[in-house]
Design a protein around this ligand. Structure first.
Ligand code: ZN
Length: 403
């Protein structure tokens, strides 16, 4: 698996020394006004139409938008492409006849070109990839699979001004005093230049919205038991979903759907193949709670909110006094002990605040009528053993461990 996640954490790149010095010079000059001229818009239109551009075209484009240092950017592009590891490939005119020889030149696909422009903007250069990024995002709107470059472009507006990038060079030949210089440009980008003997060897650019990432650590939630990483948006979302599910099981709110089902009696709590899917889903939730509380490996309910459990399984949801889904149990039909088959109670789970309130006791006679003198899947909890000594049938009591 390749793990891909959005990151605005520090990114490090390496540049030749001369290129870093010249780039620092460009970035230390005041920004100029940037109204896109006709040639800028023409480049964008052509790039989107062809899906590719030559390095010559992108060089010319950048010279139009980044004019500081007498458009020095033109001569820095090759090194920046190398540093950012942008994929350069041959771009060729379509041959008039198949088999014709054609002359091409080096260039980029539209996606790689836009991604390159996004990085150049992030290091403070005067280029505006916003229109191109929007158009490419619209083009990939229907796609469910993306490349890492497309993933970055998709998040263009989300990460705009939030990146921190450091460009380094080899310091081997540098001598003299270390010094550190900080400055800020007119749109809020912050620069830190480290030099030795007046020659910069490291240039760090933080966007105007860059914030130091908060510390992350792995923690386990006491309530839902989920292990997650703090200050991680994806983990926060996943934890919230799990946490809310657990809270819904532990502190159930009155359910109007269940109230309607049980209006005509306890039979409305039955979850068989004819019961609505939501009931199969709610039994599944309690089966999951049972597994978690007692540390079993599998969830013993072969249904869920999108599939009914098969007919050799029966569930029951227990309505609390206010119509809450206070608990559930599941029976399975088995021929393991008797050739003619019998029902066996697999598990019972009741939310802690509804325990010892007579929910099971008031249903036991009904369950015995429905499933006969049923067996119970062992091992049993101490509470269940105590319950059976009091309310179990003769056969059920006989199966209990004797101390
Ligand atoms: Zn939690």
């Amino acid at each position: 698996m390749l793990d891909l996640q959005l990151s605005t954490d520090l990114m490090n790149y390496k540049l030749p020394h001369d290129t870093l010095i010249r780039l620092s010079g460009v970035l230390s000059e005041p920004r100029r006004s940037t109204t896109p001229g006709p040639s800028v818009l023409a480049f964008e239109t052509a790039l989107l139409a062809e899906g590719v551009c030559t390095l010559t075209a992108i060089r010319r484009h950048l010279a139009q938008t980044e004019k500081r240092g007498f458009s020095a950017i033109e001569e820095l592009i090759d090194d920046l492409i190398n540093a950012f590891e942008v994929c350069v490939q041959g771009i060729y005119p379509r041959p008039e006849y198949l088999g014709d020889e054609v002359d091409g030149e080096m260039g980029l696909t539209a996606v790689d070109a836009v991604w390159f422009l996004v990085l150049l903007e992030a290091i403070g250069l005067e280029v505006d990839p916003s229109r191109l990024a929007d158009s490419l995002i619209a083009q990939i709107e229907d796609r469910t699979l993306l490349t890492s470059t497309e993933f970055d472009i998709l998040h263009y507006r989300h990460t705009l001004g939030k990146r921190r990038i450091r460009l380094n060079t080899d310091t081997a030949q540098l001598v003299g005093q270390h010094s550190l210089h900080k400055h800020k440009d007119s749109i809020g980008n912050r620069y830190t230049v480290c030099s030795r003997g007046d020659l910069p060897y490291s240039l760090e650019i933080s966007g105007r919205k860059y914030r130091e990432p908060k510390p992350r650590e792995a923690v386990t939630c006491d309530l839902c038991g989920m292990l997650y990483v703090t200050n991680h948006p994806g983990d926060a979302r996943r934890h919230k979903a799990t946490h809310d599910r657990v809270v819904r099981r532990l502190n159930p709110k009155p359910s109007t759907r269940l109230q309607k089902r049980v209006a005509s009696g306890v039979a409305g709590e039955l979850v068989d193949p004819d019961a609505p899917l939501w009931m199969h889903g709610e039994v599944y939730e309690r089966a999951a709670a049972f597994r978690k509380e007692f540390g079993y490996d599998v969830i013993q309910w072969p249904g869920g909110s999108s599939t009914c459990a098969p007919s050799d399984w029966r569930g029951h949801l227990f309505a609390g006094p206010g119509g809450e889904i206070a608990g559930a149990c599941a029976f399975m039909h088995t021929t393991s002990r008797k050739a003619e088959g019998e029902w066996s109670l697999q598990w019972i789970w009741i939310a802690p605040s509804f325990r010892r309130k007579g929910l099971l006791e008031s249903r036991w006679t009904d369950l015995l009528q429905r499933y006969g003198d049923f067996d119970l899947e062992k091992p049993l909890s101490a509470a269940m053993v105590a319950f059976l000594w009091k309310h179990g049938s003769e056969a059920q009591r006989a199966s209990l461990p004797v101390f």
